[in-house]
Every structure is written in C-alpha cells, then in structure tokens.
Design a protein around this ligand. Structure first.
Ligand code: SAM
Length: 260
C-alpha cells in the first residue's frame, strides 16, 4: 500500500488536469451538515491537487491540508493561491502532529483507503473538537454511462492486467453502501449519515487514457502490459464507440460527529 499510494505524486499535473472536482450539491450538503463558515477551522487529509479543497476554502475558513506527495502539494498550493487562510503541509497523515487548537471539521475525499486503518479514525478524532464533524467522501465507478464499452473493456483487462478477476462487472449503485464500523462507536456520536451523489462524465479516447494514468493500479503495471492495455482500450473507444465514452460515478458523503 505504501508504494502504491505514492504513485499519484509521479505526475501531479496530469492528476490535476484529469481528476474531477466534486459536484456542487455534495459541497453544499457537506457545508450545511458541518456548519462551514469563514470562522471554521478545517483539516483535509489527502487533498491531492485540491479537487475538494478549493470548494472547501471558498467560505474563507482557516484550512490545513495534509498531503503525502510533495508535487501534489505544490499544485494544490497553486490552486489555493486565492485563499490566504488555506495551507498545505507535506506529511503522511499518520505521522502528522495536529496543532493544539482543534478543528471543527476533518474531511477526507477519495483518500481514506490510503490511510492506515489502525490510525485513521483515532487520528481524526484527536484533531477534532467535541461536537466537530468528520466527513468522508468515497468515489465508486458504477453501472451506467457507456455500459457496453465497460463490459468490452473487461476483456482488455483480463488480457493485460494479471490482477483482474475474470468476469467482473460494474456494480449497481443501489448496492453500494460504504460502512466503517468504527464510526458507530465512541468517540463518534453516530449514527453515520450517508448522502449520495451520482454524476456522469464523457471522455474522448485521449482523455480517458489520461484519466486511467491517474489510477495507482494502472501506473503500477509493467510498461509492456500498460501499453497493451491502453492500446486495447483506445481501439475499443475509437473503433466501436464513436471516439467517446461516458463514465458514471457515485460519491458517498459519510458524516458523523465526534462525541463530547
Ligand atoms: C485518490 S487521491 C485523492 C485526492 C483528492 N482528495 C481527490 O479527491 O481527488 C489520494 C490522495 O491521498 C494522498 N495520500 C495517500 N496516503 C496518504 C497519507 N498517508 N497521508 C496523507 N495523504 C495521503 C495521495 O497522495 C493522494 O493525493
């Protein structure tokens, strides 16, 4: 895990260009549930280049983001240059020491699975004030969009990626249900609330291959296998799907308060 989680930093500009920001409705829901204002103190874990961070900074809050990758952090700082109260620190979250003043909100977007499971929620609770909010955003690729393309692409993965399980299909979004059992117990004042936000994005073949190169599993493939996989997917999009495909995403927004 420690090697794979470093792959995002290998091409921070590509990550910045290709990874989508979050839907406005998700940001509005997060702000309403956590009472986000200019007076809030916010901590984000694993901000990448600021896919959620920029929207979090909009109300003018004091924001600290802790990012593992120095190149990602540099691009995030560039994206946050209009927000003087937003700062990015470079560190693994597990080794970061929070300041004495606790945070009102701790956020982690599409990054919680990269943080040590033994430490991630205790470290978040240590950084939060009693009554403060923990918000976790998860991102899933679900059935929908260009379904036929994704079924055909499975054959490219079976041929080129040794980690591919045979016959895998995209999950229906109704069956997606992220649960972190630790959050149902003190110091968390459950139950965990879950909001769901689906959206679709259309990509040209070129854009889709660029997007794939922001995923750790694709970056980690041996060069020969990766080139074979990307060529197979490009051929599918260009020859059989008119040069464009649509991917459906489901974001879950899990929120829970820290008890007293
Ligand atoms: C999939 S990316 C998500 C980035 C961004 N939040 C987004 O929504 O696109 C995971 C991010 O977590 C960072 N990361 C991974 N492990 C980390 C750790 N232990 N501490 C801090 N950041 C970490 C990675 O460098 C990367 O920026």
């Amino acid at each position: 895990m420690n090697t794979l989680r470093g792959t995002f930093d290998e091409d921070a500009e590509l990550y910045d260009r290709m990874r989508p920001h979050y839907p406005a409705a998700l940001v509005t829901e997060l702000a309403a549930l956590s009472g986000l204002t200019s007076r809030s103190r916010v901590l984000e874990v694993g901000p990448g280049t600021g896919q959620l961070t920029v929207a979090l900074a909009e109300p003018g809050c004091e924001l600290t983001a802790v990012e593992l990758g120095p190149s990602l952090a540099a691009v995030a700082r560039r994206n946050l240059r209009g927000f003087p109260r937003a700062h990015v620190e470079v560190s693994p979250f597990e080794e970061w020491t929070p300041p004495p003043d606790p945070f009102d909100l701790v956020v982690c977007a599409t990054a919680i699975h990269w943080i040590d499971p033994a430490r991630r929620f205790t470290a978040a609770a240590d950084a939060l004030r009693p009554g403060g909010t923990l918000a976790i955003v998860t991102t899933h690729h679900v059935a929908g969009g260009s379904e036929e393309f994704f079924a055909q692409a499975q054959r490219c993965y079976e041929r080129w990626d040794p980690a591919t399980r045979p016959g895998v299909r995209l999950s229906d979004e109704a069956s997606m249900n992220t649960v972190f059992g630790e959050l149902e117990h003190p110091p968390w004042d459950g139950p965990v609330r879950v909001g769901r936000h689906a959206r679709e994005i259309t990509y040209t073949a070129e854009q889709y291959l660029d997007l794939l190169m922001t995923y750790s599993g694709h970056r980690d493939l041996a060069p020969g296998a990766r080139n074979g996989l990307l060529a197979c997917i490009r051929a599918l999009i260009e020859k059989h799907h008119g040069g464009r495909i649509t991917k459906r995403y489901l974001h879950e927004l899990l929120t829970v308060r820290r008890g007293a």
